[in-house]
Design a protein around this ligand. Structure first.
Ligand SMILES: *[C@@H]1O[C@H](CO)[C@@H](O)[C@H](O)[C@H]1NC(C)=O
Ligand SMILES: *[C@@H]1O[C@H](CO)[C@@H](O)[C@H](O)[C@H]1NC(C)=O
Length: 334
């Protein structure tokens, strides 16, 4: 995170889509998506595999089988999404694609079992909201404007084709989260024998990655690597973590936050690195901040905090897998 001086430029592209499903035969005609009288009811699309291949942020999933979820909304625009298994595929993700930015993983099913949240599908997304914005109703996800929202179900059946994840058995404890899922070779949780340490996922070309406790936040030292996805590209298979490609040998190792980030974590989500100089930035995600002037960061690490800057500076969150997030309202461990 850093504070950055300058003007914010906002470009708006407001397009509207109208989607009607064609149904033949004599059964009851059911629209999908069916957003009722929600004010944003005309701007959600369902993506086919071809649409995914043409989506700038999501095309890395283009070799995965994709099919349509059932998308419904109440008149107040509360949206629910259901991905059902298709023949031969019982592990899959529900994915929100956008006209700009990488895809957002909304739900995960492994061997027909929902894993991101306690409840089975339909998945409700209460952070996905319809708001009046610059003269029209538009979708927002966690308060961020979503242009050209589209949902798809995306198969997750390749994971045993990805490089095997290595670890030293005595140094880190690893458990398979759903041993009966024969299509999963990376659906893991890990914990460390030394309770001052946390398991980090390491790959040769990224910073060490820490993961959360998942839905068992209160009771467990275990970290769930649920964002780990094996992606097929032609005949090659690579692990991805939250849209970030991890090339080469992946390992799980225990380390202290202090050894990795020179700081202690106040929340299970891990440590924020303080950026005070351009050289501290993730080189692939600098964008137009190359000439930025960096100020002093003020925040108190916890589960939820606001970042403050001196006058004339704005907070910016940088990460290796996302474009810079400007002026975040609240930073929350979820
Ligand atoms: C997929 O493979 C092709 C051909 O090897 C390569 O050009 C492309 O960059 C790869 N895509 C990703 C997302 O790695
Ligand atoms: C998942 O459900 C489908 C359809 O209900 C079924 O055909 C398939 O065998 C199930 N797969 C697993 C791994 O339980």
């Amino acid at each position: 995170m850093a504070c950055r001086k300058g003007q914010m430029k906002v470009f708006l592209f407001i397009l509207h889509f109208l989607f009607l499903q064609e149904v033949t035969g004599c059964s009851v005609i059911r629209k999908n998506p069916d957003l009722g009288n929600c004010n944003c009811n005309s701007n959600i699309k369902l993506f086919t595999q071809e649409d995914i291949r043409n989506n700038a942020g999501g095309k890395y999933l283009g070799d995965h089988r994709a099919w349509s979820p059932i998308v419904e909304a109440q008149d107040d625009c509360s949206v629910t999404v259901t991905c059902k298994p298709v023949p031969g595929v019982s592990s899959f993700f529900t994915v929100l694609f956008r006209g700009y930015g990488p895809p957002i993983y909304i739900n995960r099913v492994v061997a027909n079992e929902t894993t991101f949240v306690e409840r089975p599908q339909p998945r409700s997304i209460n952070t996905f909201e319809c708001k009046w914005y610059s003269g029209a109703y538009e979708w927002f996800y966690f308060d961020e404007h979503v242009r050209h929202a589209a949902f798809a179900c995306v198969a997750d059946s390749n994971s045993c084709a990805c490089p095997q994840i290595a670890y030293k058995a005595l140094d880190v404890l690893i458990e398979n989260l759903i041993p009966s899922a024969s299509d999963q070779c990376g659906f893991l949780r890990a914990s460390c024998p030394n309770k001052d340490e946390v398991p980090y996922l390491r790959s040769p070309h990224t910073l060490p990655i820490q993961s959360g406790n998942g839905r068992h936040v209160w009771v467990s030292d275990w970290r769930r690597f649920e964002d780990l996805l094996c992606v097929k590209n032609g005949t090659t298979f690579d692990w991805y973590f939250g849209n970030l490609k991890l090339e080469g040998q992946i390992t799980v190792e225990c380390d202290s936050n202090r050894a990795i980030f020179q700081a202690d974590a106040a929340a299970p989500c891990g440590v924020f690195k303080d950026i005070e100089h351009i050289d501290d930035l993730y080189q692939n995600k600098i964008g137009y901040f190359a000439d930025a002037e960096f100020g002093i960061n003020y925040w108190i690490p916890s589960d939820e905090f606001e970042m403050k800057c001196d006058d004339g500076y704005r907070p910016v969150v940088f990460s290796p897998n996302n474009d810079p997030i400007e002026s975040p309202s609240l930073i929350r461990c979820a």
